[in-house]
Design a protein. Structure first.
Length: 56
């Protein structure tokens, strides 16, 4: 059975890992939001270009 010191150390390590992963998740969220904005702009440009094409 693990001693209370081992449990405490494991808890601290786990807390640090959760904080690190949370930071990475926030960075990924920011990147996804930026990519979504870029995609919306591209879609808008394509729609405008399609409306400007002459119809045959």
């Amino acid at each position: 059975m693990a001693s209370w010191k081992d449990i405490l150390l494991d808890t601290l390590k786990l807390t640090d890992e959760v904080k690190r992963l949370n930071g990475l998740t926030e960075k990924l969220t920011d990147r996804i939001i930026d990519m979504d904005k870029r995609l919306v702009r591209l879609e808008t440009m394509v729609e405008i270009a399609q409306k400007q094409l002459p119809k045959n």
